[in-house]
Design a protein around this ligand. Structure first.
Ligand code: HEC
Length: 323
């Protein structure tokens, strides 16, 4: 179909479904679904190997792997930038879940789900010693935990902080899109991609922990700081002057002269920028994950702790000035 000239860049994701603990490819036939992309891409699976040939660049999405009967449906996030990606996705065994239920004294309810979170530093190295009291969820979420896994990934009762591999676990979560944050007073920043938890399933995520609280950027310039984000985060692949699906269907150009982009964002259509409620601005919500999902083809900002989200948000909260 002719969409005006520019197709969004597509990349391929391939890998294997591996056992969460051993990292070895699962035995048996896996199936794989995706969520978080408006157009569900085609997925091919052979044994444990999978391939997703066409994913829009600069997207964050989730895959759910099922390998009955030994594994619980397992959801994990995948982030693609602008190149093909080889990545393994985990499957959590039912054996590990029964071990966890026994160790933590929780009898799983079928309608609820679980979350396994690896806390890492910004170089991706696991962080040991992050206390249970430092962790909280966005919103009002009913869950049991956090509990912790030992360095060998064994559910360990009576432990109050992450071990050497950085794994924490929550059980009995009502199905929802969940995001972890630092508890008030923890003096940490936690950036966890908002992730779907499904009934009877396990969601496996990585969250980045940095020391010190979230500091909102100040005096953010539209032309110097906000405009380059649209380039850097790949918005321009679709919202380009005169072309691209985001331009054709969304009516929004993000790579033009800053004065023109400013007018489109702030003056042409109500809601793109919402100074009274910055987090409701569609320039933030469309590229973020929402329930129910909006019509945006991809997700770029995995959580409000994303540094670029923070910058755009601060610019809006400061009055969306043409600065
Ligand atoms: C893969 C292509 C693609 C990418 C990448 C993309 N967009 Fe979009 N965008 C679209 C499409 C298509 C629409 C129209 C969706 C609809 O109307 O349901 C849209 C709509 C929007 C809208 C609503 C437009 C309106 O009418 O108010 C905003 C705001 C937006 N995008 C911002 C962004 C930002 C910011 C980024 C980068 C962080 C981005 N988009 C990345 C394709 C894209």
């Amino acid at each position: 179909m002719d969409n005006g000239g520019a197709d969004p860049e597509l990349v391929q994701v391939r890998g294997r479904v591996v056992d969460f603990v051993t990292g070895q490819p699962v035995a048996g036939e896996a199936t794989l679904g995706t969520s978080g992309l408006a157009v569900s891409p085609q997925v091919t699976v052979q044994g444990a190997a999978f391939s997703i040939p066409e994913v829009p660049a600069n997207s964050v999405f989730h895959v759910e792997a099922s390998v009955p009967p030994d594994y619980a449906p397992t959801t994990a996030g995948v982030t693609v930038i602008d190149a093909d990606l080889a990545t393994d996705v985990p499957a959590v065994s039912r054996a590990l879940l029964s071990q966890a239920g026994a160790a933590f004294g929780v009898t799983p309810t079928p309608g609820r789900g679980m979350l396994l979170i690896q806390l890492v530093n910004d170089a991706g190295q696991p962080r040991a010693g992050i206390a249970a009291s430092s962790l909280a969820f966005y919103g009002d979420l009913d869950a049991r935990g956090p509990f912790f896994l030992s360095e060998a990934l064994v559910p360990s009762a009576g432990v109050a902080a992450t071990a050497a591999k950085g794994w924490a676990m929550y059980l009995e979560i009502d199905p929802a899109l969940v995001g972890l944050r630092a508890a008030a007073g923890a003096n940490l920043t936690i950036d966890m991609p908002e992730s779907p938890v499904s009934a009877g399933g396990v969601t496996v995520v990585r969250a980045t922990v940095t020391d010190g609280p979230v500091v909102a950027p100040k005096n953010v310039s539209f032309s110097q700081t906000v405009m380059p984000i649209f380039q850097k985060r790949g918005c321009n692949a679709c919202h380009a002057a005169g072309k691209g699906p985001g331009r054709q269907q969304g009516g929004l150009t993000l790579n033009d002269d800053p004065a023109k982009v400013y007018r489109e964002l702030v003056e042409e259509k109500v809601g793109r920028v919402n100074v009274a409620m910055p987090d409701r601005s569609t320039v933030l919500t469309y590229p973020s994950r929402e329930t129910p999902p909006d019509g945006h083809p991809n997700v770029t900002f995995t959580s409000p702790a994303d540094p670029d989200y923070q910058k755009i948000r601060a610019w809006i909260a400061e009055g969306a000035k043409e600065n």
